[in-house]
Design a binder for this molecule. Structure first.
Ligand SMILES: Nc1ncnc2c1ncn2[C@@H]1O[C@H](COP(=O)(O)OP(=O)(O)OP(=O)(O)O)[C@@H](O)[C@H]1O
Length: 279
């Protein structure tokens, strides 16, 4: 059943001194528990869209509702509590001298009592599998570990939605995989709503729905399979071509009759396994 968590109605926004609108009449509904990937070239408006959702940017026209509440100047701080954001550079997100201090920071700001704070910090660190690093200095962690701590800091505040703004783009493949896996597990356990802004096809593949932005507008929308089946056109959408699609193109060139629909890595392996049997 549909249960809207975020509703954007006809949002437009133009940065001061810019020729074009960063957002041009964007309307969008995201349901509770949904994972939405936002893709598109640099400058297409993805970050601006994310910033309107948590009130960092106030649109010139249109309305934003989070959990049924219209975002206004009066309730902006309450809305911000519902929307957690994790940014690209893990090094710019640390304020505490130890991992646990860092995760506690937002809770301290909200005046959460000490006993409850300890429980919430411990739970959050456990969820991202960083409990063993509680008293470590954040600077000594790997990029992926740092982002998992940043995620712990966000989920300790119990938001309804987490926005990952290219949160895996500076990480090595293992770090990326760890962060994505952490989010996937969190979503399964807590029915978190996830918005991930990404150029990474593997990250986008986890989404229930992929939105493609171009020049401040949402120009395509579909399941990952539907969007990824665009093949070469994906590059124009700001994504790399997925490995299975590249392999399919090479097989096709060799005269092998590969399926047209999008196949995940596992799907393609399965298809290749059984190819010989079908011949
Ligand atoms: N602070 C700013 N001041 C002026 N113009 C801005 C500012 N931030 C973004 N823009 C412009 O607004 C448009 C949308 O930018 P936005 O950062 O939302 O895109 P994006 O899709 O998130 O790109 P990226 O992947 O590079 O972050 C671009 O034309 C950009 O140059």
């Amino acid at each position: 059943m549909k249960n809207p968590l975020i509703e954007l109605n006809n949002i437009s926004f133009q940065y001061y001194g810019q020729e074009h609108k960063a957002l041009n009449d964007v309307s969008l509904t995201i349901n509770k528990g949904e994972w939405v990937a936002l893709i598109g070239h640099n400058g297409s408006g993805k970050s601006t869209l994310a910033k309107t959702i948590n009130g960092l940017i106030s649109p010139e026209s249109g309305e934003i509702k989070v959990n049924g509440e219209l975002l206004t100047e009066e309730n902006i701080w309450d809305i911000r509590k519902m929307v957690g954001m994790v940014f690209q550079n893990p090094d710019n997100q640390f304020v505490g001298s130890t991992v646990e201090d860092d995760v506690a920071f937002g809770l301290e700001n909200q005046g959460v009592p000490r006993d409850e704070m300890i429980v919430r910090v411990n739970n959050a660190l456990e969820r991202v599998r960083m409990s063993d690093f509680k008293i470590k200095e954040p600077a000594r962690l790997s990029g992926g570990q740092k982002q998992r701590v940043a995620i712990a800091g966000v989920i300790a505040l119990a938001p309804d939605v987490i926005i990952l703004d290219e949160a895996t783009s500076m990480l090595d493949p293992q770090g990326r995989q760890d962060v994505i896996e952490t989010i996937r597990a969190l979503k399964e356990e807590t029915n978190l709503t996830v918005i991930s802004i990404t150029h990474d096809i593997d990250e986008a593949a986890y989404a229930n729905r992929v939105l493609v932005m171009k020049q401040g507008e949402i120009i395509h929308e579909g399941t990952p399979e539907e969007i990824f089946s665009h093949g070469e056109a994906l590059i124009g959408m700001g994504l790399d071509i997925p490995f299975p699609e590249k392999l399919k193109a090479s097989l096709r060139k060799k005269g092998i009759d590969v399926p047209n629909e999008y196949l995940t890595r596992e799907g393609l392996v399965e298809w290749l396994w059984t190819y010989g049997l079908r011949k």
